[in-house]
Design a protein around this ligand. Structure first.
Ligand code: NAP
Length: 317
């Protein structure tokens, strides 16, 4: 890998889950902000020298951090979710932003489908049933067939479409809802809105970004439309789901089940979730494979290198 031709200061505001150590082998002037004993003091003295910020979807960048770096020109984000950035503010500052589109799509779609299968076939309950020594006491209850279940996808972007491809292989009927009009190249039916999609679906898959428009959009009305046989799967962001409404619907049996990778409060989800029935939870691991995290680190590095060389960015947002 050829090193960039210019030096600059890069602050790594977030710990990379997979070692992107090779990025340290070239002559960039890198500062790991998160490792410094007093990041604020460092920023007060050197913030004006920073041209590139590397951050992640988990950390984003606060206004205060951006204020401390008036010469900033690029934020290279590790991840595709950009809800921890004020996009209008970033643009107004003349800062370019990159994400890691397509580096993680297939792995997030796999996790979404694993949650779907776990939810419909009640795999975690079955595991607990065997471990509790209850098998000999009676039969495990029948569940619904995956191939007979209708899959509604809310947010038909990269991940939503990758999930649809998997659903097709399982023989599931698919429909979707999104803001943009139906495209002739997409053969699945497009339903008018989320409530209509929920009413049609046996499994409702949430794949839209966290925005002001989608905040709490999966509310009691949507959950009731999905109904006592329905399964909610959320791999997008916790903020899309009204968790109070979800806890009530699951506790009262008005919703059949839910399977969640993402939560309103991470990494300490609402403790009431631990007690509700028919809920599968994993700790925001959609992209947590060695391959995806390596590819994401590569995208970050490629974007920084392209910026420093004055070349087109690989994944400009
Ligand atoms: P994407 O390609 O941008 O797709 C998002 C889709 O959502 C777009 O096609 C957009 O289509 C649709 N959308 C946006 N606002 C909407 C609204 N108000 N109502 C209905 N549809 C709306 O993004 P992606 O790569 O598929 O990622 C989707 C989200 O998944 C990310 O934003 C991120 O939060 C989450 N994610 C989670 C994980 C994880 O580890 N669990 C990993 C990666 C990403 P229209 O513009 O046509 O509406």
């Amino acid at each position: 890998m050829t090193p960039p031709t210019r030096g600059t200061t890069i602050i790594q505001a977030a710990a990379f889950p997979v070692d992107a150590g090779y990025a340290y082998a070239h002559p960039l002037d890198i500062v790991d902000l998160w490792r410094l004993p007093d990041p604020q003091a460092w920023l007060a003295e050197h913030g004006g020298e920073v041209e590139v910020l590397v951050s992640s979807s988990f950390f984003g960048a606060t206004r205060e951090l951006l204020d401390a770096m008036p010469a900033l020109r690029l934020i290279a984000n590790f991840g595709v979710g950009l809800d921890r950035y004020d996009l209008a503010d970033v643009a107004a500052r003349g800062v370019q932003l990159t994400a890691t589109a397509n580096a993680l799509t297939e792995d997030v779609a796999d996790l979404a489908f694993a949650l779907l299968l776990a939810g419909v076939r009640r795999i975690c309950d079955g595991d607990a049933f065997v471990r509790a020594g209850r098998w000999a006491d009676g039969r495990y209850p029948l569940v619904r067939s995956v191939s007979a279940s209708r899959l509604g996808i809310f947010g038909f972007g990269r991940i939503g479409r990758a999930i649809a491809r998997r659903a097709e292989a399982f023989g599931m009927p698919v429909a979707y809802a999104s803001r943009s009009p139906a495209r002739p190249s997409v053969l699945y039916p497009r339903l008018e809105d989320l409530a209509a999609l929920a009413a049609w679906s046996d499994v409702l898959m949430i794949c839209a970004p966290a925005t002001a428009e989608t905040e709490g959009i999966v509310d009691a009305r949507v959950l009731d439309a999905l109904g006592p046989e329905g399964l909610l799967v959320n791999i997008a962001r916790g903020s899309l789901v009204d968790e109070d409404a979800l806890i009530a619907a699951l506790s009262e049996g008005r919703l059949g089940g839910a399977a969640l990778d993402v939560f309103r409060d991470e990494p300490d989800p609402d403790p009431r979730l631990l007690g509700v029935p028919n809920l599968v939870m994993v700790p925001h691991v959609g992209s947590a494979t060695i391959e995806s995290r390596r590819a994401m680190a590569d995208h970050v590095y490629d974007n920084v290198r392209a910026y420093l060389r004055g070349e087109p960015l690989r994944d400009a947002v």
